[in-house]
Design a protein around this ligand. Sequence first.
Ligand code: SAH
Length: 252
Amino acid sequence: MAKSGTIYLVGAGPGDPDLLTLRAARLIEHAELIVHDGLVDRAILAMARPDAELVSVAKSRARHTLPQDDICALLVREALAGRDVVRLKGGDPLVFGRGGEEAEAAHAAGIRVEIVPGISAANGAAAAAQIALTHRDAASVVSFVAGQCKGLAEQDWAGLAGKGRTLVIYMGVKTAPQIAEKLMADGLAPDMPLAVIENACRPDMRVLRGPLAALPDVVEAEAVKSPALIVIGEVTARDTVALAQLAQEVAQ
Ligand code: SAH
Protein backbone atom coordinates (compact mmCIF):
# COMPACT_ATOMS: atom_id res chain seq x y z
CA MET A 1 0.00 0.00 0.00
CA ALA A 2 1.24 3.50 -0.84
CA LYS A 3 2.59 5.53 2.06
CA SER A 4 0.11 8.16 3.21
CA GLY A 5 0.85 11.83 2.68
CA THR A 6 0.94 14.43 5.43
CA ILE A 7 -1.86 16.91 6.09
CA TYR A 8 -0.47 20.36 6.90
CA LEU A 9 -3.03 22.56 8.67
CA VAL A 10 -1.59 25.94 7.84
CA GLY A 11 -2.58 29.39 9.13
CA ALA A 12 -2.60 32.00 6.36
CA GLY A 13 -2.92 34.97 8.74
CA PRO A 14 -5.37 37.84 8.33
CA GLY A 15 -4.61 38.79 4.72
CA ASP A 16 -1.30 40.47 3.96
CA PRO A 17 1.15 37.83 2.62
CA ASP A 18 3.93 39.53 4.61
CA LEU A 19 2.21 38.25 7.75
CA LEU A 20 2.66 34.58 6.82
CA THR A 21 5.15 32.56 8.84
CA LEU A 22 8.20 31.41 6.87
CA ARG A 23 7.03 27.83 7.38
CA ALA A 24 3.63 28.65 5.85
CA ALA A 25 5.22 30.49 2.90
CA ARG A 26 7.55 27.56 2.18
CA LEU A 27 4.73 25.03 2.31
CA ILE A 28 2.52 27.15 0.02
CA GLU A 29 5.34 27.62 -2.49
CA HIS A 30 6.11 23.89 -2.69
CA ALA A 31 2.63 22.37 -2.40
CA GLU A 32 1.15 20.20 -5.12
CA LEU A 33 -2.31 20.36 -3.57
CA ILE A 34 -3.77 23.27 -1.59
CA VAL A 35 -7.24 23.07 -0.09
CA HIS A 36 -8.20 26.57 1.02
CA ASP A 37 -10.94 28.62 2.66
CA GLY A 38 -12.61 31.68 1.18
CA LEU A 39 -10.86 33.93 3.72
CA VAL A 40 -7.42 33.20 2.27
CA ASP A 41 -6.22 36.23 0.33
CA ARG A 42 -5.65 35.90 -3.44
CA ALA A 43 -2.15 37.31 -3.10
CA ILE A 44 -1.31 34.34 -0.89
CA LEU A 45 -2.77 31.80 -3.31
CA ALA A 46 -0.74 33.48 -6.06
CA MET A 47 2.40 32.23 -4.28
CA ALA A 48 1.55 28.63 -5.22
CA ARG A 49 3.34 26.84 -8.05
CA PRO A 50 1.67 27.33 -11.43
CA ASP A 51 1.00 23.59 -11.63
CA ALA A 52 -0.37 23.31 -8.07
CA GLU A 53 -3.94 22.10 -7.72
CA LEU A 54 -5.99 24.66 -5.76
CA VAL A 55 -9.29 23.50 -4.30
CA SER A 56 -11.60 26.08 -2.71
CA VAL A 57 -13.88 24.90 0.07
CA ALA A 58 -15.15 28.43 0.80
CA LYS A 59 -17.90 28.59 3.37
CA SER A 60 -20.37 31.36 3.99
CA ARG A 61 -23.28 31.56 6.35
CA ALA A 62 -25.77 31.35 3.51
CA ARG A 63 -23.96 28.94 1.25
CA HIS A 64 -21.93 25.95 2.27
CA THR A 65 -19.86 24.86 -0.69
CA LEU A 66 -18.66 21.79 1.14
CA PRO A 67 -19.93 20.69 4.53
CA GLN A 68 -17.22 20.15 7.15
CA ASP A 69 -17.52 16.33 7.00
CA ASP A 70 -16.89 16.42 3.26
CA ILE A 71 -13.84 18.65 3.75
CA CYS A 72 -12.43 16.18 6.29
CA ALA A 73 -13.18 13.29 3.93
CA LEU A 74 -11.46 15.07 1.03
CA LEU A 75 -8.29 15.71 3.07
CA VAL A 76 -8.18 12.11 4.31
CA ARG A 77 -8.81 10.64 0.84
CA GLU A 78 -6.00 12.64 -0.75
CA ALA A 79 -3.53 11.87 2.03
CA LEU A 80 -4.38 8.16 1.94
CA ALA A 81 -3.67 8.25 -1.81
CA GLY A 82 -0.14 9.35 -0.89
CA ARG A 83 -0.42 13.10 -1.55
CA ASP A 84 0.75 15.78 0.86
CA VAL A 85 -2.09 18.22 1.43
CA VAL A 86 -1.67 21.87 2.44
CA ARG A 87 -4.93 22.83 4.13
CA LEU A 88 -4.81 26.62 4.18
CA LYS A 89 -7.03 28.57 6.56
CA GLY A 90 -7.49 32.25 7.35
CA GLY A 91 -5.82 33.42 10.56
CA ASP A 92 -4.80 30.58 12.85
CA PRO A 93 -6.09 27.07 12.10
CA LEU A 94 -7.01 26.43 15.73
CA VAL A 95 -8.89 29.67 16.45
CA PHE A 96 -12.46 29.29 15.17
CA GLY A 97 -10.92 27.49 12.21
CA ARG A 98 -12.26 23.97 12.72
CA GLY A 99 -8.68 22.76 12.54
CA GLY A 100 -9.41 20.59 15.56
CA GLU A 101 -12.00 18.58 13.66
CA GLU A 102 -9.72 18.13 10.66
CA ALA A 103 -6.80 17.02 12.83
CA GLU A 104 -9.08 14.51 14.59
CA ALA A 105 -10.31 13.09 11.27
CA ALA A 106 -6.73 12.74 10.05
CA HIS A 107 -5.55 11.08 13.27
CA ALA A 108 -8.49 8.65 13.14
CA ALA A 109 -7.33 7.59 9.67
CA GLY A 110 -3.72 7.21 10.86
CA ILE A 111 -2.49 10.19 8.84
CA ARG A 112 0.35 12.41 9.98
CA VAL A 113 -0.66 15.98 10.76
CA GLU A 114 1.49 19.06 11.13
CA ILE A 115 -0.06 22.30 12.34
CA VAL A 116 1.48 25.62 11.35
CA PRO A 117 0.17 28.54 13.42
CA GLY A 118 -0.94 31.77 11.81
CA ILE A 119 -1.62 35.29 13.01
CA SER A 120 -5.20 35.22 14.15
CA ALA A 121 -7.54 38.05 13.14
CA ALA A 122 -7.51 39.42 16.69
CA ASN A 123 -3.74 39.86 16.66
CA GLY A 124 -3.64 41.17 13.11
CA ALA A 125 -6.50 43.63 13.63
CA ALA A 126 -5.14 44.85 16.95
CA ALA A 127 -1.74 45.57 15.42
CA ALA A 128 -3.17 47.24 12.31
CA ALA A 129 -5.52 49.44 14.35
CA GLN A 130 -2.87 49.99 17.07
CA ILE A 131 -5.12 48.71 19.84
CA ALA A 132 -3.32 47.01 22.71
CA LEU A 133 -5.47 43.96 23.53
CA THR A 134 -3.92 43.97 26.97
CA HIS A 135 -2.55 47.15 28.46
CA ARG A 136 -0.93 47.49 31.85
CA ASP A 137 -3.25 50.40 32.68
CA ALA A 138 -6.44 49.17 31.04
CA ALA A 139 -6.83 45.40 30.59
CA SER A 140 -5.25 42.26 31.98
CA VAL A 141 -7.76 39.78 30.53
CA VAL A 142 -8.60 39.21 26.87
CA SER A 143 -11.25 36.80 25.59
CA PHE A 144 -12.02 35.57 22.08
CA VAL A 145 -15.63 34.59 21.44
CA ALA A 146 -17.67 33.51 18.42
CA GLY A 147 -20.57 35.87 17.73
CA GLN A 148 -22.31 33.37 15.53
CA CYS A 149 -22.36 29.97 17.11
CA LYS A 150 -24.61 27.25 18.43
CA GLY A 151 -27.02 28.71 20.98
CA LEU A 152 -25.69 32.28 21.02
CA ALA A 153 -28.43 33.43 23.40
CA GLU A 154 -27.42 30.82 26.00
CA GLN A 155 -23.70 31.63 25.91
CA ASP A 156 -22.48 32.99 29.23
CA TRP A 157 -20.37 36.04 28.44
CA ALA A 158 -20.94 37.78 31.78
CA GLY A 159 -17.53 38.62 33.15
CA LEU A 160 -15.73 38.54 29.80
CA ALA A 161 -16.22 42.25 29.11
CA GLY A 162 -16.00 45.27 31.40
CA LYS A 163 -13.42 47.11 33.43
CA GLY A 164 -9.94 45.72 32.93
CA ARG A 165 -11.09 43.26 30.29
CA THR A 166 -11.06 43.15 26.50
CA LEU A 167 -13.60 41.11 24.54
CA VAL A 168 -12.86 40.20 20.93
CA ILE A 169 -15.82 38.93 18.92
CA TYR A 170 -15.23 36.94 15.75
CA MET A 171 -18.10 36.40 13.26
CA GLY A 172 -20.25 39.03 14.98
CA VAL A 173 -21.37 41.29 12.12
CA LYS A 174 -24.75 39.62 11.49
CA THR A 175 -25.56 39.24 15.17
CA ALA A 176 -24.27 42.68 16.30
CA PRO A 177 -27.69 43.87 17.57
CA GLN A 178 -28.21 40.73 19.70
CA ILE A 179 -24.62 40.95 20.98
CA ALA A 180 -25.01 44.59 22.10
CA GLU A 181 -28.35 43.80 23.75
CA LYS A 182 -26.98 40.72 25.50
CA LEU A 183 -23.89 42.52 26.86
CA MET A 184 -25.95 45.45 28.16
CA ALA A 185 -28.46 43.05 29.75
CA ASP A 186 -25.44 41.44 31.48
CA GLY A 187 -24.65 44.86 32.98
CA LEU A 188 -22.07 46.29 30.62
CA ALA A 189 -22.27 50.12 30.40
CA PRO A 190 -23.87 51.40 27.17
CA ASP A 191 -20.97 53.84 26.80
CA MET A 192 -18.28 51.13 26.95
CA PRO A 193 -16.01 51.93 23.98
CA LEU A 194 -15.58 49.52 21.10
CA ALA A 195 -13.95 49.27 17.71
CA VAL A 196 -15.12 47.38 14.64
CA ILE A 197 -12.24 46.40 12.38
CA GLU A 198 -13.22 45.31 8.90
CA ASN A 199 -10.75 43.68 6.49
CA ALA A 200 -7.87 43.99 8.92
CA CYS A 201 -4.40 43.79 7.34
CA ARG A 202 -5.82 44.32 3.86
CA PRO A 203 -5.67 47.45 1.69
CA ASP A 204 -9.38 48.17 2.28
CA MET A 205 -9.24 48.00 6.09
CA ARG A 206 -11.69 50.18 8.04
CA VAL A 207 -11.64 50.92 11.77
CA LEU A 208 -14.90 52.25 13.20
CA ARG A 209 -15.30 53.31 16.81
CA GLY A 210 -18.23 54.09 19.06
CA PRO A 211 -19.96 53.22 22.31
CA LEU A 212 -21.50 49.77 22.86
CA ALA A 213 -25.08 51.11 22.57
CA ALA A 214 -24.31 52.37 19.05
CA LEU A 215 -22.91 49.04 17.76
CA PRO A 216 -26.01 48.03 15.74
CA ASP A 217 -26.23 51.51 14.18
CA VAL A 218 -22.51 51.62 13.34
CA VAL A 219 -22.70 48.23 11.64
CA GLU A 220 -25.81 49.19 9.69
CA ALA A 221 -24.98 52.81 8.80
CA GLU A 222 -21.45 51.89 7.65
CA ALA A 223 -22.63 48.69 5.94
CA VAL A 224 -19.94 46.65 7.72
CA LYS A 225 -19.29 43.34 5.97
CA SER A 226 -17.54 40.15 6.96
CA PRO A 227 -14.70 39.65 7.72
CA ALA A 228 -14.83 42.04 10.64
CA LEU A 229 -13.97 41.86 14.32
CA ILE A 230 -15.64 43.66 17.19
CA VAL A 231 -13.30 44.62 20.02
CA ILE A 232 -14.98 45.83 23.20
CA GLY A 233 -13.19 47.45 26.10
CA GLU A 234 -11.35 50.50 27.38
CA VAL A 235 -8.26 49.61 25.34
CA THR A 236 -10.12 50.60 22.16
CA ALA A 237 -10.47 54.20 23.38
CA ARG A 238 -6.79 54.68 24.22
CA ASP A 239 -4.89 56.42 21.53
CA THR A 240 -1.77 54.31 21.54
CA VAL A 241 -0.40 56.08 18.46
CA ALA A 242 -0.69 59.52 20.04
CA LEU A 243 0.72 58.21 23.32
CA ALA A 244 3.70 56.67 21.54
CA GLN A 245 4.42 59.98 19.79
CA LEU A 246 4.09 61.86 23.05
CA ALA A 247 6.52 59.50 24.76
CA GLN A 248 9.04 60.05 21.97
CA GLU A 249 8.75 63.84 22.26
CA VAL A 250 9.23 63.67 26.02
CA ALA A 251 12.31 61.49 25.60
CA GLN A 252 13.93 63.92 23.14
N1 SAH B 1 -9.16 31.15 12.02
C1 SAH B 1 -9.47 32.55 11.83
C2 SAH B 1 -10.90 32.89 12.22
C3 SAH B 1 -11.95 32.24 11.35
S1 SAH B 1 -13.56 32.71 11.79
C4 SAH B 1 -8.48 33.41 12.63
O1 SAH B 1 -7.74 32.87 13.45
O2 SAH B 1 -8.45 34.62 12.40
C5 SAH B 1 -13.87 34.01 10.65
C6 SAH B 1 -13.91 35.34 11.36
O3 SAH B 1 -12.59 35.81 11.63
C7 SAH B 1 -14.55 36.46 10.56
O4 SAH B 1 -15.95 36.41 10.66
C8 SAH B 1 -13.99 37.68 11.26
O5 SAH B 1 -14.66 37.94 12.47
C9 SAH B 1 -12.58 37.23 11.60
N2 SAH B 1 -11.60 37.66 10.59
C10 SAH B 1 -10.84 36.88 9.81
N3 SAH B 1 -10.02 37.61 9.02
C11 SAH B 1 -10.27 38.90 9.33
C12 SAH B 1 -9.76 40.15 8.86
N4 SAH B 1 -8.82 40.21 7.92
N5 SAH B 1 -10.27 41.29 9.40
C13 SAH B 1 -11.20 41.25 10.36
N6 SAH B 1 -11.73 40.10 10.83
C14 SAH B 1 -11.27 38.94 10.33
